[in-house]
Design a protein. Structure first.
Lengths: 185, 578
């Protein structure tokens, strides 16, 4: 039984969580693992994790399932990458944070209605500007952007995706397993 | 003395002597067991060279003529000896000149540690003289790399570098050392590295998978074993013979696996791949169980994956998890060190023989002999052919020389027509296909194994890419035997032009210098042969000569290497002639 991956398998969106040491230059190594396969990273966020000294990359990429799996394996080859996971859609809770800046003249009942309808909140308001904040899925943050279009959005920014997994197995247990395995080297 | 373990690295109290960072580097190299390194000095690495001068009785430095020569020599040293090769260069161009060899070592899993000088940390990022961001340049080409800007980080970095380079799937590691770190005072302490967090160099082999593999093999009627360099890297040559003899299966080798299994073994059926043996390629698509040991199903082995061994149930023995299922999905994955796996697997197997199945390979050999091998080894024409030259070298060295080949037609001739009776006897640039590799790699191999005969087989094109390393052979006294198979063409490209580009020989014909006179200018003895009857005596003279020697052999200009699996074809479509 031989596996053939022509690379034409339908691409879909995959969320990867990659846990790493905190080392200079690792960001480049991680992103190069995607770019050398001509995979465009849709979104990338890096932060600390619940384990001290361990960083967490959340990466969204459009790829075939096989490509995503192989990229995760290649990431784990990196000495300073501790663990890489490809998540199924049902396994993760994902959120983006979006900020929207509008001219202060637009403040008023019409804008308030949009804000309420989308569950956004006013982060800052003055005569000069109104800044709105929305946390949600990419669809939700995009929908608010559309709804604000008639007012004119002066500035828009959206964070990369952050994701948490639903399964309760803690990262520490994966690390402990690797610790035990690395002892025998 | 108290020690605190942090991530497997030892940090300790300071009773150690205060030394400069450069001295700490040299002491750390000595503590890692390094006794030989290859390099080229320059501004940003001068403190290290000054420290090396003080230790030259214990740590020999071989001065190359170009940094590419240093890294290839380190590769040759590592491949022939199994020890970590070390090279050293200055910042900027010194560092970038290492890049080709680093890429070569990465794709061919060669354990080397490269040390580069770097501008002082205060000048980093300022486009200072001879500043190159070599850590970023080499990030995709190294197993691990690091920039060290503080003297106290030098010893731990060196320990970690050697540990990572030689363990697991080996590979190149680079340490970039700023000049101020080389100059700062530090309390030197040997800090061995025995572990890196979450890095599992020697995975525990799954018992379930071992049992599954044994069941599959015991039930096989046409088992076929293909071995790669993983066998050499894990020093599993003896375990491989025991495994092979237990299964009774025919055993083939990849290019990099050559010499892992003795050529003379009755179960050996030759090399697989684009210019591999006819039977080994054909039977890949007829076997029922394919056991791949320490090989990665490279495209030069498989050609069209969609038509590669689709009938076979595959057992993949592989230390690098990322290689398992990358190209060929195995039915049984044996994730682990080849020696660990074979040691555990062989006792689980029933003793079997497959004489009828092996006879099928021999029948293919007979066809190949008639169409290819006889014409190559005993040609009718007056001109020498590459295969016959290699064959005579192999006979005269009893298949026990270290054969270092460059890249191209002569490389395939060296792989096909050399006998390999001792482990670590084939050194070549396989994955990257780096022309210019052989001469410096042979120098490294010879200095690593002075008791062995080292023959570099090189084409006229590749030789001219790094022929300045004749100076290294001269100055180091490395007694390499250089055989240039001169067809005055870039032969492999010309072959493709003949076969696939209507014989339009675009820029492949070479006007060459007098190679023997060039060697002579370096004080290296040499000779040139063109006639068949002169070949044997010339090789005898070369092998009897005490020092380095260059033999130019003029070979047929437009011969082709066969068999050939054209790229994107099936291995079943292996061709024996045009």
């Amino acid at each position: 039984m031989v596996f053939y991956d022509p690379g034409h398998e339908a691409a879909s969106e995959h969320t990867l969580s990659v846990f790493t040491e905190n080392r200079v230059g690792l960001l480049g190594r991680v992103t190069a693992t995607f770019t050398r396969r001509c995979l465009n990273i849709e979104s990338l966020t890096v932060s600390e994790s619940e384990v001290p000294g361990v960083h967490r990359f959340t990466i969204v990429v459009r790829a075939s399932a096989a490509q995503a799996r192989k990229v995760a394996a290649q990431l784990e080859r990196q000495v300073d990458v501790l663990k890489a996971f490809v998540h199924g859609e049902d396994d993760v809770l994902v959120r983006d944070l979006a900020l929207y800046k509008l001219d202060g003249r637009h403040a008023g009942p019409a804008l308030d209605a949009v804000v309420a309808a989308h569950g956004a909140r006013v982060l800052e308001q003055s005569d000069a500007l109104v800044v709105l904040e929305l946390t949600g899925s990419e669809t939700q943050t995009a929908a608010l952007f559309e709804a604000l279009a008639p007012f004119g959005v002066a500035e828009f920014v959206r964070s990369g995706r952050v994701a948490l997994t639903r399964p309760m197995r803690p990262l520490e247990s994966f690390l402990a397993e690797l610790e035990a395995a690395s002892e025998q080297g | 003395m108290t020690e605190t373990r942090v991530n497997g690295e030892v940090a300790g109290a300071a009773e150690a002597p205060l030394v400069r960072g450069a001295e700490a580097l040299v002491l750390a190299l000595l503590d890692e067991g390094v006794d030989l390194l290859f390099g080229y000095p320059g501004g940003a690495i001068m403190p290290v060279y000054d420290a090396l001068h003080g230790h030259r009785s214990r740590l020999r430095h071989v001065l190359v003529r170009h940094e590419q020569g240093a890294v290839h020599a380190a590769q040759g040293y590592a491949r022939a000896s199994g020890r970590v090769g070390v090279c050293i260069a200055t910042s900027g161009p010194g560092a970038t000149n290492l890049v080709t060899g680093i890429a070569d070592a990465q794709i061919d899993s060669t354990p080397i540690v490269c040390i580069t000088g770097q501008v002082p940390s205060s000048l980093l990022g300022t486009d200072a003289f001879q500043e190159t961001d070599v850590v970023n340049v080499t990030a995709p080409l190294t197993k691990w790399n690091v920039q060290v800007t503080r003297a106290e980080d030098i010893a731990p970095a060196v320990a970690r570098a050697f540990y990572i380079a030689r363990t697991g799937r080996p590979g190149p590691v680079l340490i970039d050392l700023t000049k101020d770190a080389q100059g700062a005072l530090v309390a030197y302490r040997h800090t061995p590295c025995t572990r890196v967090r979450a890095y599992v160099p020697r995975p525990r082999v799954s018992e379930t998978a071992l049992d599954a593999a044994a069941r599959l093999l015991d039930g096989a009627t046409k088992p076929f074993v293909i071995v790669g360099q993983g066998v050499v890297l894990s020093a599993a040559e003896r375990e491989l013979v025991a495994f092979a003899e237990r299964t009774g299966a025919p055993v083939a080798s990849t290019l990099l696996g050559l010499s892992a299994f003795p050529t003379s073994h009755p179960q050996y059926v030759g090399m697989v791949g684009m210019h591999g043996r006819y039977g080994a390629n054909l039977k890949t698509n007829e076997c029922d169980v394919l056991v791949a040991v320490g090989m990665r199903f490279d495209d030069r082995v498989t050609s069209d994956l969609s038509r590669y061994a689709r009938q076979a149930r595959v057992i993949h023995v592989e230390i690098d998890a990322a290689e398992i299922g990358k190209n060929v999905k195995p039915e049984v994955a044996l994730h682990g060190d080849a020696r660990d796996v074979l040691t555990a697997l062989t006792p689980r197997l029933a003793a079997r023989t497959h004489p009828a199945w092996i006879a099928e390979f021999h029948a293919c050999d007979a066809i190949e002999h008639e169409k290819v091998v006889a014409r190559e080894l005993t040609p009718e024409g007056p001109q020498l052919r590459m295969g016959e030259v290699v064959n005579v070298i192999s006979q005269k060295t009893s298949g026990r020389a270290v054969v270092v080949s460059d890249v191209g037609q002569h490389q395939m001739a060296a792989a096909r027509y050399s006998a390999f009776e001792a482990p670590r006897s084939s050194v070549t640039s396989g994955g990257l296909g780096t022309m210019g590799f052989a001469l410096p790699a042979a120098i490294g191999a010879k200095l690593a194994c002075p008791e062995r005969t080292v023959v570099a087989i090189i084409g006229d094109g590749g030789f001219q890419m790094t022929m300045q390393e004749l100076g290294t052979a001269m100055q180091s006294g490395a007694a390499v035997k250089i055989v240039i198979l001169n067809n005055s063409f870039l032969g492999m490209v010309r072959q493709w032009q003949e076969l696939f580009y209507e014989s339009r020989y675009s820029e492949t014909e070479m006007q060459n210098p007098d190679f023997v006179r060039i060697a002579d200018a370096y004080g290296i003895a040499g000779a040139r042969v063109e006639a068949r009857e002169a070949l044997g005596p010339a090789l005898d003279a070369m092998l009897a000569h005490a020092g380095p020697y260059l033999l130019e052999v003029v070979v047929e200009r437009e011969s082709n290497v066969f068999p050939m699996v054209p790229s994107a074809s099936s291995v079943s479509d292996v061709r024996l002639e045009v």
